[in-house]
Design a protein around this ligand. Structure first.
Ligand SMILES: C[S@@+](CC[C@H](N)C(=O)[O-])C[C@H]1O[C@@H](n2cnc3c(N)ncnc32)[C@H](O)[C@@H]1O
Length: 319
């Protein structure tokens, strides 16, 4: 009995005898293939020979995992930086949005109606119609940006201008805050509200009346049709006025401005309430606009003449 007891405590006959390098389940013997942390090691070739295919794969994967540790660290770092940059740019965008919102909040539309009268379409060559189209696009863009945008009308819209707009800028049908109408302006406005802006008028516009409807002749004519808008205003019996250019500016060419310049001067005046500032921020150098009193400065005049020559061929009508 004593002998039986001793035998059963030393070996159990049912237990398989472990082979060298593997444990009971055919797993690696911890002495050969596992480090002190219990992880599998590949350096024991003897061990790997005795390993199952699954075991070798597992070991290989573990080796790769360890080799790529630095790479993973680097990738994590890059990811963190990328996320940081994304957060920053989102913050910037929302700030920009706030700024734009703030700017839009400051916008106070004027009640002043500003009309471009396009009833002279048949008097223009196609190349000048195209210039007028560009000037109108410019007016539209400036009005959309303005602090005090006007009630913008394009009247007698049709003919060559409409065709050119359809051909080259179909988007005009979606323009916002603008009335593009085929009717003549006198079908849309009360006669007493109308003031035709024309450089030939004897009246000088000193103040803008925001209850009025000011008309700009939609014409690019290189002065071939001198005084045409003044005659139109007289025939129709509507008010007329010229911009007070002569009070503030000495021009080295005639005082006939392009449609978009007149439009922009009105927008700028509504913002600054100062004609001189409006003229000088809008008028191009080539018009030779000099504040009165400085006009005798001969060096300045020479410079302006040179600039006129250099700018010949621009698309404004004032050539
Ligand atoms: C290129 S001009 C057309 C010139 C055309 N021969 C005429 O008799 O009106 C375009 C339009 O801008 C306006 N305009 C130009 N210069 C002006 C000025 N100094 N004062 C008022 N309006 C002006 C007029 O309405 C004019 O019809």
């Amino acid at each position: 009995k004593a002998i039986e007891k001793i035998m059963s405590s030393e070996t159990t006959p049912a237990d398989p005898v472990p082979t060298e390098g593997t444990d009971v389940g055919g797993n690696l013997n911890s002495n050969n293939n596992q480090d002190e942390t219990g992880k599998l090691r590949l350096d024991n070739t003897e061990g790997t020979e005795a390993m199952s295919k699954r075991q070798r794969k597992k070991l290989l994967k573990q080796k790769q995992w360890e080799e790529q540790r630095d790479l993973r660290k680097q990738k994590r770092k890059e990811k963190r930086q990328k996320r940081k940059l994304e957060r920053l740019s989102q913050l910037e965008l929302s700030n920009e949005g706030n700024e734009r919102k703030r700017m839009r909040r400051d916008v106070v539309p004027s009640t002043l109606r500003l009309i471009i009268d396009c009833s002279f379409d048949s008097l223009m060559e196609l190349k000048d119609v195209k210039k007028l189209h560009k000037q109108i696009q410019r007016c539209y863009a400036e009005n959309r940006k303005a602090l005090h945008p006007v009630q913008f009308y394009i009247t007698s819209h049709g003919g060559q201008l409409k065709n050119n707009m359809n051909e080259t800028d179909k988007g005009w049908v979606n323009w916002k805050d603008i009335h593009i109408r085929p009717e003549h302006y006198n079908e849309l406005m009360k006669k007493e509200d109308l003031v035709y802006l024309t450089s030939d008028s004897s009246e000088v516009l000193n103040e803008l009346d925001e209850s009025k409807a000011y008309v700009i002749g939609g014409l690019v004519d290189h002065n071939h049709h001198k005084g045409i808008t003044y005659k139109r205003a007289l025939e129709e019996g509507v008010g007329h006025a010229q911009l007070p250019l002569g009070n503030f500016v000495k021009m080295n060419s005639r005082k006939v401005l392009a449609v978009n310049h007149v439009f922009e001067i009105i927008l700028m005046y509504l913002e600054k309430r100062d004609w001189k500032e409006a003229f000088f921020s809008v008028l191009p150098q080539r018009k030779g606009a000099v504040p009165l009193g400085e006009a005798n400065d001969s060096s300045k005049c020479q410079l302006q003449e040179k600039e006129v020559a250099e700018n010949e061929g621009s698309n404004s009508d004032s050539d």
